[in-house]
Design a protein around this ligand. Structure first.
Ligand code: HEM
Length: 416
């Protein structure tokens, strides 16, 4: 990538953006297990270089494992996508007034104020508490799929409902509201929904969550919303509207990511029935297999964009304040200096846990214990209950979702 290396200092005005290589595109024609096309991989692996962004402008592309770690733990880079000059990878909606708790896009104290409130909630012991509920939902979804008869779309019947049911348990959405909650979260996540439908669904969920937050004052339960109401809202540390948008963030951040991981993981296991059988025989393999699936699939394929707020040096490259940077998690998870034979799926890989599928550093995924529990339970029950599971389509014919923040398959027709 030597020819792409620019002298970062002093050349901002002279950059020939049109002449830069295009940001590596993950198109619908590619093999779903290959995060970046071979030719792009050759061009972009190695030292940091400049790329032309899909919506104009340019950014530094960071692909090496160690460089990504260095970038993501550096406090001099912003996650605020509304800051001028922020490297835009996906069209972003206009800034919402009621988005006060979306701390994934915040920096510094504003970010840590919210994050700190959630740290204990996502500790393994709290996640263990809802594991039996996740298990029950997983089994229900699978048995419902069986009762509908083969062929069935595993995405629709299984991968998509599981994360929204889980978030209901986490937040403490009463059972009677589950269908309402799931219906509207599905509209929000469905790429076929028009902007008006999405807005309506967001409004309906905001009302539901708002009422729920109020109800938890008088009728608290053993759930995240009840605890945050009692410990933060009542003492005046957190406003109700902030708690509602925090809950929405958990829903949005935890839904597509986990659903696509369940769907793509099932696809990997359908392509490798020997691993599905091994999982059935030895459930103890599940945690390691989940780590390797997270590494191998890296569903946040577009990478994590950041804006430099100060001059910095990452991977030996000077980055100037005001310049955009993108951490390509999918490439750092295939860095051969960390992962031997990185393009191989090896469920017993010892170094799999070093993956960065959940990001790294300041914004590292807070929901990861929950995501791991969902994946482990979902894959174990799938292996256990559907020993004869087969894909209805050849790998090349499984439709992929067009380039989006999280990568996945659009549908996964299976039989058994
Ligand atoms: C396999 C599933 C998941 C994947 C691959 C994933 C991936 C990620 C990544 C890469 C980030 C870092 C974003 C950044 O640095 O800009 C992140 C942050 C985040 N994730 Fe996840 N996530 C998953 C599941 C979940 C779940 C289940 C939840 C919650 C219910 C969740 C909630 C969050 C939140 C709130 C943040 C923001 C953290 C912060 O800004 O400090 N995620 N996730």
């Amino acid at each position: 990538m030597g020819d792409l290396m620019g002298d970062a200092v002093g050349d901002m005005a002279e950059i020939d953006v049109a002449g830069l290589p295009a940001y590596p595109f993950i198109g619908p024609d590619d093999d779903p297990f290959t995060p970046v096309k071979g030719s792009d991989l050759d061009r972009f692996e190695g030292p940091i270089g400049k790329v032309r962004l899909p919506f104009g402008g340019w950014a530094w592309l960071v692909t090496r494992h160690e460089d990504v770690r260095q970038l993501l733990r550096h406090p001099g880079f912003s996650s605020d996508q509304y800051k001028p000059g922020f490297p835009v990878l996906n069209p972003i909606p206009p800034k919402q007034d009621d988005a006060s708790g979306l701390f994934i896009f915040m920096d510094g104290d504003a970010h840590s104020r919210f994050r700190r409130m959630l740290t204990a909630e996502f500790m393994i012991k709290n996640i263990r508490r809802i594991e039996p509920l996740i298990e029950k939902d997983v089994i229900e979804a699978l048995e419902r799929m069986r009762s509908l008869g083969a062929p069935a779309d595993l995405m629709n019947e299984f991968a998509l409902p599981v994360p929204s049911m889980t978030i209901c348990h986490l937040l403490g959405v009463p059972y009677a509201d589950h269908d309402f909650f799931q219906h509207h979260s599905r509209v929000i996540m469905d790429r076929k929904s028009g902007p008006a439908e999405v807005e309506e669904a967001l409004g309906a969920l905001t009302v539901l969550l708002g009422n729920l937050v109020k109800a938890k004052r008088t009728d608290p339960g053993e759930d995240l919303l009840s605890r945050l109401v009692a410990e933060r809202v009542v003492p005046g540390e957190l406003r109700e509207d902030e708690l509602v948008s925090l809950a929405m963030l958990l829903l949005v951040a935890g839904h597509e990511t986990t659903a696509n991981m369940i769907g793509l993981s099932a696809l990997v296991l359908l392509e490798h029935p020997e691993h599905l059988a091994a999982l059935r025989e030895d459930p103890g393999l599940a945690p390691g297999m989940v780590e390797e699936l997270l590494r191998y699939l890296t569903v946040v394929r577009t990478g994590l964009p950041r804006l430099a707020l100060e001059d910095a040096e990452i991977g030996g490259q000077k980055i100037r304040a005001g310049e955009g940077v993108v951490a390509m998690l999918a490439m750092s998870n295939r860095d051969s200096s960390v992962f031997g034979d990185p393009d191989e799926f090896d469920p017993k890989r010892r170094e799999a846990h070093r993956h960065m599928a959940f990001g790294f550093g300041l914004h590292q995924c807070i929901g990861q214990p929950l995501a791991r529990a969902e994946l482990r339970i979902a894959l174990l029950e799938l292996a256990r209950r559907f020993p004869g599971l087969r894909s209805e389509r050849a790998l090349a014919d499984v439709p992929q979702r067009p380039m989006a923040v999280t990568f996945g398959v659009a549908e996964l027709p299976v039989t058994w």
